[in-house]
Structure formats: C-alpha cells, structure tokens
Design a protein around this ligand. Structure first.
Ligand SMILES: [Fe+2]
Ligand SMILES: [Fe+2]
Length: 262
C-alpha cells in the first residue's frame, strides 16, 4: 500500500482517557530522503514523552504533530534508544523546542551528544546499563536493556499502562518504494522486509535471545519498532519466535574479516 495523505497526521494507538499513545505520522516524500522512521509520543495527564524523535528532514512534521496534541512545554522526557542519526539527528532542535524536557540516552553516548550542538549536560539523563524506570504523570515507563541490538548502548522502552513496547531498531522493516503499512497483517509475508536488516545490523545472536527472554517476561500487548510496522495480538508472539530462531551479526558475517588485496 502506498503512503496515503491521512498518515501525515498523528495517529492514536492507545487512549484510556488519561493516558494516550500517538504515532507521529509519515510522508510519501520521506521515502526519497532516507529510511522511513516511526516516531511516538506518550501522554499521561499533562506530561508527555517523545520516543526517538528522528532526523532532520522529518522535524517539521513531527513537531507539528506533537504541537497539535500537547503544549511542548509539557514534554518531560525525550527517550533515545541509541545514537543513530535517524534517532537523534534533531536533538539540538528538540532541545530548544521542548525546554522542560530531559533527554534520556545510554550512559555510553552522553559524551558524544555535545557534538550535535547540545551544550550543557544538566538536561541529559544517563540511562545505566541495567536500565531504569521513569515516572510520567501517574504512569511508569521502563528503559530495558537492548545492548548490541544494534548499538552497544541501546535501550527499549516499555509503557506499562498501554502495554506498548517500543523496540527501537529491533523489529525494523525496510519497505521497498511504494510499499508501506502501519500494522503487520500477514507476519510470514512481513519477514522478507525484516530479515536482511536484522542479520546485518544486529550484532549478536546471544544478545537477541537474551532480549527475547526479557520481552517474554514483560509480556507486552504491542511491539512498536522505529522502522516498519507495528506488531499486535498474535503477531507479537510470532515476531518473538521468529527472532529467537534468527542468526545475526558476527555469527553470520565472521567470514568478512579477511585481508583482501582488491
Ligand atoms: Fe540504528
Ligand atoms: Fe533506526
């Protein structure tokens, strides 16, 4: 399905009256500029959190969709799964746009953030390797380890109230041009858009199995990745089973480490 106009707006994924989760839109023109990304926002009462707000060319749309739903002064946290450009390329713009927000990222990446013109570290929260819990309104958001999947300092975020697990690059799908959908319908058909990405970008089969074990303990209702489509219902279990059976990273690509006189 091609990207339709309606999907440029924020889309409500969860709403119980006090607690809401939004997906923050996509545009057809994004396809030519770089890999498509998903941005999310959690709102509890009058506090909000953004997750992986993304890169430069999507900033206008994401900011417009955030402002259409909340006052940017109410953004309490911006959560970053890792340090890639498609995750935090706009960190300096959000730093200005949401002056009350604390920026939470793996402790491994804190010293690198000033290179993106974010000065002063008083608004940066270092997430420790074992993860932590954030309070948003009356709800809890958990940062859970996802190290080596793919970045060495990498986190998933779990919103306990909605049951939505934000998995960052894990579960990412790269659609061919002209193909796109927000929710996975046929899991077996969806695999072909995920497989190559996971094999090459994820570092360690062992880390992947450990992450799957952890996610099963959490037992989320929904898994929402930073690229591709969202897993709901029985597709959550199918996705975890598929990941568990996958060999990735150095376990697949060790053969590349040879000196070739090209
Ligand atoms: Fe990444
Ligand atoms: Fe990504």
């Amino acid at each position: 399905m091609p990207i339709k106009k309606i999907y440029t707006e924020a889309y409500l994924l969860y709403d119980d009256g006090l607690h809401k989760v939004f997906w923050l839109g996509i545009e057809e023109a994004d396809e030519e500029k770089g890999i498509l990304t998903n941005q999310y926002m959690i709102v509890d009462g009058n506090e909000a959190a953004l997750l992986d707000p993304g890169g430069y060319f999507i900033f206008d749309r994401v900011a417009r969709n955030v402002i259409s739903k909340i006052d940017p002064m109410n953004v309490k946290y911006i959560f970053f799964s890792h340090q890639d450009p498609d995750v935090l390329g706009t960190i300096n713009l959000w730093y200005e746009e949401t002056p009350n927000a604390k920026l939470a990222i793996s402790s491994l990446w804190v010293r690198f953030v000033p290179h993106l013109a974010v000065t002063g570290t008083s608004r940066i929260i270092e997430i420790p390797d074992e993860g932590t819990r954030f309070k948003l309104g009356n709800s809890s958001i958990y940062a859970l380890p996802a190290h080596y999947l793919h970045s060495p300092g990498n986190f998933s975020f779990y919103d306990e109230k909605s049951g939505i697990f934000f998995s960052g690059d894990i579960g990412a799908a790269a659609f061919p041009e002209g193909e796109w959908y927000l929710f996975v319908d046929n899991f077996n058909e969806h695999i072909k858009y995920m497989e190559g990405f996971h094999r090459r970008y994820m570092s360690s089969t062992k880390a992947l199995k450990a992450w799957v074990r952890m996610v099963r303990e959490v037992s989320p209702k929904v898994i929402a990745p930073q690229h591709g489509a969202i897993f709901e219902g029985e597709n959550v279990g199918k996705f975890l089973d598929w990941l568990e059976s996958l060999e990735v990273g150095i376990d697949v690509y060790e053969h590349l480490f040879r000196f070739r006189k090209l």
